[in-house]
Design a protein around this ligand. Structure first.
Ligand code: ARG
Length: 471
């Protein structure tokens, strides 16, 4: 005899006592998995078509199921669907509503299927759509970066190591460094997408099904590239989600470092860039403040994405095959990762065109930091001095500069000849910032012409990534 509290539940048959009310709330996932309703319905429609195709359902039954499911989708999208915690999850909510609407035929939909292969399918479908949406935001950011890099190919800034002025670089070159990192992020997404786009349906609960399913048919309906080879694996592993969150964590690590630079550069101490008013906020107490909240929050959100990666890895590590309820915990970390990474990319893409580059300040910072010291050493080497000796000579010239408050380019020829007599008037060509960057004239170097060429190559490489294209 099943209790009133359990009669709603499709699995109530073998139970005599009702579910404890708190257990019901504790075990339900509908609060967060209902966001996969579209994928759940698409998966069910494909499954129903397949069942009709192999003769398990009649054409009329299949039609009634599909119509019912499409109506349910409209109900959900109009906000009229009554989600029920008693029905546990998105799958049982939709299935129960189908039977409400179309009667007994609705009960045939779950033939040859289990929530175990159903949920694994839904997540893969959902993640597939989301990775594409994310790749589109990433593409916008990459395009904005290329735009900025091309525009600022000649702009000189100090390049840093240890956050100490090292050698002059062009701002465009610096932007292209971020571009390279984002291109690898893009390629990690492309790569993991292939392993996401595999269909679990047909695995049923864990062992497969006794119905004559045509898995290739269902896979074609749903646009899956391949079908899962092993039913136990198909319902059990979530490595595809781990892989995605790992790629997302790496991407966030890059955005976080980028954020850190924007935060530093927009401070009064650096004053290299202005982030644009719409991407900053003020202080309620200090009227002069314009705070770089957007990059700060992006840097902050990186932490939670790392946390989600650790959650998912830990979620899987102790699970025996095949499906365990633990797996229900895969969704919130995955969804939160998707929401936040997509938001961060969107903000970054929107913020890039608003950035004002303060070329004079960057130039002044590069000029005053002995950033051409290596160029002077290279000059001496070209004149025949061994590099170690040249290093020593330039070190002495820099010490003199520190003591007298003069940059190398500000010293007289006589001053410089005091450190080495092989120095002649042409030294001033290499001590200029323009001379320094122009001399690094090879693929991967900071010379403005190289930056322009690299922007062109990056555009060609971007065009090869297909994921960001509308599906
Ligand atoms: N809500 C469940 C999840 O997210 C669906 C699968 C439930 N399967 C089961 N045998 N209880 O994993």
């Amino acid at each position: 005899m099943s209790d009133a509290n359990n009669t709603d539940k499709p699995w109530a048959g073998r139970f005599t006592a009702p579910t404890d009310a708190f257990v019901e709330a504790f075990t339900a996932s509908v609060g967060f998995d209902k966001r996969m309703y579209k994928q759940d319905i698409a998966g069910s429609i494909a499954h129903a078509r397949m069942l009709a195709h192999v003769g398990v359902l009649t054409e009329e039954e299949c039609r009634a199921i599909i119509d019912g499911l499409q109506d349910i989708q409209l109900e959900i999208e109009r906000g009229e669907f009554a989600w029920s915690t008693q029905l546990e999850d998105v799958h049982m909510n939709i299935e129960a509503r189908l039977t409400d609407r179309i009667g007994a035929t609705g009960k045939k939909l779950h033939t040859g299927r289990s929530r175990n292969d159903q949920v694994a399918t839904d997540i893969r479908l959902y993640l597939r759509d989301q990775i594409r949406a994310l790749a589109r935001e990433l593409r916008r950011l990459q395009e904005a970066l290329l735009e900025l890099a091309g525009r600022e190919a000649d702009t000189i800034m100090p390049g840093f190591t240890h956050l100490q002025t090292a050698q002059p670089v062009t701002f465009g070159h610096h932007m292209l460094a971020w571009m390279e990192m984002l291109m690898r992020d893009q390629s990690r997404l492309e790569d993991c997408y292939q392993r996401v786009n595999v269909m679990p349906l047909g695995a049923a609960a864990l062992a497969g099904t006794t119905y004559p399913v045509d898995r290739d048919f269902t896979a074609r309906e749903l646009g899956f590239d391949t079908i899962a080879e092993n039913s136990l694996d198909a319902v059990s592993d979530r490595d595809f989600a781990i892989e995605f969150v790992s790629a997302a964590a790496t991407l966030m690590m890059h955005l976080s470092r980028f954020s850190e630079e924007l935060i530093l550069w927009s401070s009064a101490q650096f004053d290299f860039v202005d982030l644009g008013d719409s991407f900053c906020t003020g202080s309620s107490i200090m009227p002069q403040k314009k705070n770089p909240d957007v990059p700060e929050l992006v840097r902050g959100k990186t932490g939670r994405v790392y946390g989600h990666l650790m959650s998912l890895l830990t979620l899987m590590k102790g699970q025996p095959l095949a499906y365990n309820k633990d797996n229900q915990e895969d969704k919130e970390p995955l969804f939160d990762t998707l929401d936040n990474v997509k938001g961060c990319l969107r903000l970054f893409a929107d913020m890039m065109p608003q950035i004002t580059v303060k070329a004079d300040n960057m130039r002044e910072a590069a000029r005053s930091g002995f950033s051409t010291a290596t160029d002077l050493a290279d000059y001496l080497v070209r004149k025949g001095m061994p590099f170690r000796d040249a290093h020593e000579v330039v070190g002495k010239a820099v010490r003199h500069g520190v003591e007298t408050g003069k940059d190398l380019a500000e010293m007289t020829l006589a001053d410089l000849q005091g450190f080495s007599e092989i120095i002649t008037q042409d030294v001033f060509d290499v001590l200029t910032l323009e001379g320094s960057v122009a001399a690094r004239d090879h693929i991967g170097g900071t010379a403005p012409d190289q930056v322009r060429a690299a922007v062109g190559r990056a555009r060609d490489r971007l065009a090869k990534y297909k994921l960001a294209e509308p599906s």
